[in-house]
Design a protein around this ligand. Sequence first.
Ligand SMILES: Cc1cc2nc3c(=O)[nH]c(=O)nc-3n(C[C@H](O)[C@H](O)[C@H](O)COP(=O)(O)OP(=O)(O)OC[C@H]3O[C@@H](n4cnc5c(N)ncnc54)[C@H](O)[C@@H]3O)c2cc1C
Length: 409
Amino acid sequence: MSTVVALDVVILGGGAAGLWLLDELHRDGHRALLLEASALGSGQTIASQGIIHGGLKYTLSGLLTSSARAIRDMPLVWRRCLAGERSPDLAAAHLRAEYCVLWQTTSLSSRIGMLGARAGLRVTPRPLLDEGRPEPLRDCPGVVARLDEQVIDPESFLTALSDRHHGRVLRIDLASGLEFDCPRPGEVERIRLINPDTGDPLDLVPRHVVLTAGAGNDPLRHRLGLEGTRMQLRPLHMVAARGPLPALNGHCVDGMHTRATITSARDYANRTIWQIGGQIAEEGVTMDPDRLVRRAQRELGEILPGWKPPAVEWMTYSVDRAEPATRGGRRPTDAAAQREGRTITAWPTKLALAPLLAERVGRLLSAPAAPGGDDLAMLADWPRPAIATPPWEECRTWITSSWERPASA
Ligand SMILES: Cc1cc2nc3c(=O)[nH]c(=O)nc-3n(C[C@H](O)[C@H](O)[C@H](O)COP(=O)(O)OP(=O)(O)OC[C@H]3O[C@@H](n4cnc5c(N)ncnc54)[C@H](O)[C@@H]3O)c2cc1C
């Protein structure tokens, strides 16, 4: 005999977008459940650099369009959540840094501050005095500025959010434990789950289905009979260095674009991990790991002039950014949520935009009405998903080549 549960909303995918949405819907009185096919945050959230952007990057590249202006408010929203002053209470999440730095490698240009101010950003760069500079930037000849964009640790953020909703997050077996009864495109009438541990069936009868499965959204749309792709994938090949490195969190800005973004995490043995992204990760998709590491070493030599690096180990990881499709495959600047029938497909585009996305999805839903309130006690024994593991914790073979610096550095 299968158990039947009526719900206001079923969310598929438990990264930043799905978990934030679950929290918001629960607070708004919806009877909501989240289904996760792997570990929470697998894919982008766990691999991300965790910067709570306020729009400066978009301003630099001329992309801060009117639709993207909402990102300006995100640093303050997150800051209040991380301080436990606003829901969701994320006080249990760890901060990697209170702020980012922004630096340039030449002393010629000092436009950074003016740009942010002109675009009306809430968070704008302020020059850092020499003694406030991070160690690797002490000899940097250009401007070094402080930008009040916090950097979060994605793993503890995922933990903090999912801990609040333990009984509302279920692990599913995508291959053989998930079936949709969807007579017309997007009109899901029933979702049949098979318990991955016991084999028992469970039937969910949702009023709405929200897809927040990142790269998994398009395959799910296909299963729900929804036509056409709404998604674009942008591949990245990121570099990580591990060793006695000083903390560094910020962007090296070259002209109008971000040359490299470096963030600092701690691994299980309390070693510093530098995650290195930005332009180098986009160019790196055509390179093998050894070549990309050599390229990263040369790049760091150029963007951290005069700094003597310690001996470190290296690894690389590949990850696709899954975003709403744009004309010509351009980089999107806004979160996207689209309703077709009872189904909503959603991508935050950025971790920082998860609160905005949740708000927008909420506006596309009918008022809560599922019977039974929020009591989901009948699901107490269903298996729960784990939190995803950061890519560097899964790497078994690190590259130990010595750090090459360019001849001029
Ligand atoms: C290298 C990198 C660095 C980044 N840095 C930043 C940054 O510094 N700041 C920022 O704001 N943004 C950053 N981003 C972007 C940000 O990470 C993403 O926009 C955001 O994490 C996307 O969250 P999501 O929940 O939509 O997707 P994901 O995090 O990809 O989560 C999708 C979830 O759905 C699950 N799933 C997949 N298919 C199914 C299915 N069929 N059924 C059920 N579950 C399914 C997956 O297992 C996963 O848990 C970065 C992205 C990358 C790749």
